[in-house]
Design a protein around this ligand. Structure first.
Ligand SMILES: [Zn+2]
Length: 188
């Protein structure tokens, strides 16, 4: 993805890249048409991992690019807690969460039920639950299951649907909403 390449380029290269006017293309790739909420130049997220009780509050995008150390911290918090495996979480998923939080007018940390899942963990969960897809995008680091303190689950679902930028699953019995950066679809 263009944004990720830019984030890894040395600062001087990135400046040149932006100076050439390609920055607008980068932004277009990050912001799907019709996004309900635009977010600022400084993207901040906070999480509570409900399985490990770990918390994180970090600015993962600033001054025109993703912050590698912050992304690593997020990857670690959202790891497969059952196996300890860490995988890069799709930065577009983080951007989606920022827009979601803005849409909900909330600064509360996301409560995380599930982030990255290794294939072994996903297969185990899928064998025990109809609600877990065998080809889940959790295995690609492209999905997260969340709730938002102070907001009804329906509000979270509606705010996610309003983004029109991926899948939205509604799980009232388990009290979470699934969002991902796959194609636009909904269930539950
Ligand atoms: Zn999910």
């Amino acid at each position: 993805m263009a944004g990720r390449v830019g984030a890894q380029a040395p600062r001087s290269n990135r400046r040149r890249f932006l100076a050439l006017g390609l920055g607008a293309i980068t932004c277009a790739a990050v912001w799907p048409a019709g996004a309900a909420v635009r977010i600022s130049d400084r993207r901040r997220l906070s999480f509570v991992n409900l399985h490990t009780d770990e918390t994180l509050d970090t600015v993962y995008w600033a001054d025109g690019s993703y912050e590698p150390d912050a992304l690593k911290s997020i990857d670690h918090l959202l790891r497969d807690f059952r196996t300890g495996e860490v995988r890069r979480i799709d930065p577009r998923l983080l951007d989606l969460l920022v827009r979601l939080r803005a849409q909900l007018d909330s600064t509360a940390p996301f409560h995380v039920i599930s982030g990255y899942r290794s294939p072994a963990t996903n297969a185990m969960l899928a064998s025990h639950s109809d609600g877990v897809a065998s080809g889940s995008l959790h295995m690609q680091g492209m999905a997260i299951d969340i709730r938002v303190p102070g907001r009804e689950l329906r509000q979270v679902q509606q705010a996610a649907l309003a983004q029109q930028s991926g899948g939205v699953g509604y799980y009232p019995r388990s009290d979470f909403v699934h969002v991902d950066t796959g194609r636009v679809r909904r269930w539950g």
